[in-house]
Design a protein around this ligand. Sequence first.
Ligand code: SF4
Length: 373
Amino acid sequence: MPRANTRSNEPALPRREADRLAATLLAWYARHHRRLPWRARPGRAADAYQVWLSEVMLQQTTVKTVTPHFRAFIRRWPTVGALAAAELDEVLHAWQGLGYYARARNLHRCAQVVSGDHAGRFPTSETELRRLPGVGAYTAAAIAAIAYGLPAVVVDGNVERVVARLFAVEEPLPRAKAGLRALAAALASRERPGDQAQAMMDLGATVCTPRRPRCALCPWREQCRARRMGIAELLPRNRPKRERPLRRGIVFWLVRQGGEVLLRKRAAQGLLGGLMEVPSTAWREAEWTLEEALAAAPAEARWRPVPGVVRHGFTHFELELRILVGRLGETAARPRGVDEGQGPRWCRLDRLSDYALPTVMKKVVAHALASGR
Ligand code: SF4
C-alpha cells in the first residue's frame, strides 16, 4: 500500500487506492451497518431534519443514550416546523439526560431559523448549513453528505482515529488534524458520500474502537499500517491534557412548611443558561467562608451544613458544592425575589422532575434528600 503523504502538495492518497479502500468499506457497511432510528437504508437518502437532530444529540453523547430521546423528539415534534413552534422550556425539559444544554437552546433557535427563513427545509450547501445556529463543520458536512448525497468530508474524533490508524499517522493531535482531514477527504467515496460517512462512523464505533480495536473483524485489516506495525491501540497520539481547575460553591437547600423547596432560574446566557437550579453562591476557585456564603443566601434562616460534597465535571472545570439546609416557618419573611416572574419559586419535592434541572443540580437534590434534613 502506498505511503500516505500528508505534508506535500501531492494528493494524500492515489485515487485508485482510495477507490479500492472505499469499495471495501462500503461492502462491509452493506452487511454490518447499525440500524438506527434516524438512518435510511444503505443507498437511500435520509431526512435532513432527522440527520440534523440526531447529529446534534450525538455530540458528546452515546447512541444508547440518544436513541430514546430521538424517538421521543420525533414523536412529539415530527417536523422542524413543529419543533420551532415548541416552547423553549418544553425542549429543555425533553433534553434532560443529554447534557450540554447550550445545544438544546441552539437546536430550538436553529429550528426557528430553518422554519422562518428557509421555508422549513434545511439548506443544501455546507456553507449555508454552517450559518445555522449551533451547526458546526461536522454537522453541516454530515447533513450535506447523508441527507443530500453531496461530497462533504465528515470528520470527527472517530474518523480521525480510524484514519490515523489506517495510515499509521504518529504525529500527535491536534497538530495532525489537517493531515488526517486530507486523508479522509482523499478516501471519500465519490458515488456514495453519505453511506461512506456513516460507514466510517460505524467502523469507528463498533470495530476500530479507542481501546482494543477488533482488527480481526475490520474490512481494512490487510491495508491497515498501524495493525501491521502493532501500534493500533496507541493511535492517534494525543497531547497530554491539562488538569481542569477546581471551583467551589455553596448551595442553599431552603425548605418551607409543606415540603416545598426553593428553586430559581439561571440567567438565559452562559453556563446552564435558562435552566432551574437550587440557589447557590457563585462558583469560584477560592474556598468560601461561612460569612461570605451567607451574604448570598436567599433568605435568613438557621443554616446547617450537610455532610459531604457534591462533585461534577464540566468541560473546563471541576465543581465541588457544599450544601447548607435552612427551614422557613409559615411566618417567616419571603425569600428575596420569590414568585416574581421567572425568578425564584417554590417547588414541591415530588414535582421536581417537572423542571429542567441539569445533572449537577440533580446530584444536589439527591444529596440533600439523602441527608434527610
Ligand atoms: Fe482500526 Fe484495526 Fe481496522 Fe486498523 S485494522 S482500521 S486498527 S480496526
